[in-house]
Unconditional design. Sequence first.
Length: 317
Amino acid sequence: MTRKPHDSFAKQYLKGLLQPLGAAETSRDVFGEMQQVDVWFAPGSTNEQTRQTLGLLGQMVAHPCLLEPFRNPAPILEIRACLSKLFVLQAEEHRRARREKQKQLEAQLPKLWILVPTASESILRGFGAELLPEWTTGVYFLPAHFHAALVVIHQLPVVPETLWLRLLGRDSVQAQAMTELLNLPPNHPLRNPVLEYLTKLQVTLRSRQNLNREQKELAMNLDVVYEQWRQQTLQEGRQEGRQEGRQEGRQEGRQEGRQEALREEIVDLLEVRFGALDAELSTVVERLLQLPKRDRSQLLLQLPSLSREELVAAVNI
């Protein structure tokens, strides 16, 4: 599912959120099948604070699991494909336990979480998916021996504990979650990392032609996120400069702090847009740093729609 920008975003976003808690791997091959798991997670940390910050997502990944995010409602065949990947991995665990002469407990088998924006009653009924009293609304479990559940994102309650999953929703659900993200305190541990993931998605979408209606609306919503992230990064650069200047007692410290934060922002945006920097793009970074603030900001805002040649020409004027 990595052919589409949002699918790639979802995999990297989930991997980034879960890495503090264990080993998170994207596009893991399923042996014996021409398939890949979107995100494979194996807990390895007892960082309870991070787990609580992740809310419902932290609760879901208490055990080894597969996460399969869908941008659109998942059809029957796709859900079956996810289940087939789960069964292959469960069989691998059984074989490993036999080789190591260990008893394989049902509770230790990998679980599957299928993340969908919406799901029809017929889909839920057909797979025997039901709500459980100990889990929140929107989480539907398949019969016990499957070790699988459908997380219907638009049914999740609008509470902080579900925010990180609702950001993977669609339309008004995702837009509401973005607003909540922007309203988090600036020092929230996940606010800035998630803003950066969304900013990269915005740059990717703006660089593409022939977006459909839903993608255009998403790109417009992400413009607000991008501007917030850009202002936040610049503000942090100014704060770093002031702190460094106070510590060293020199104006140069403030300027260096601002310049370094700005350089890192520009490098990140160019790498998202064009890939790894070569000598020509490295020169572009330095030229952008030398431009007046207004001219530089205008070029950065236009970056998703500029070709490499147009950007080089713009900074060389």
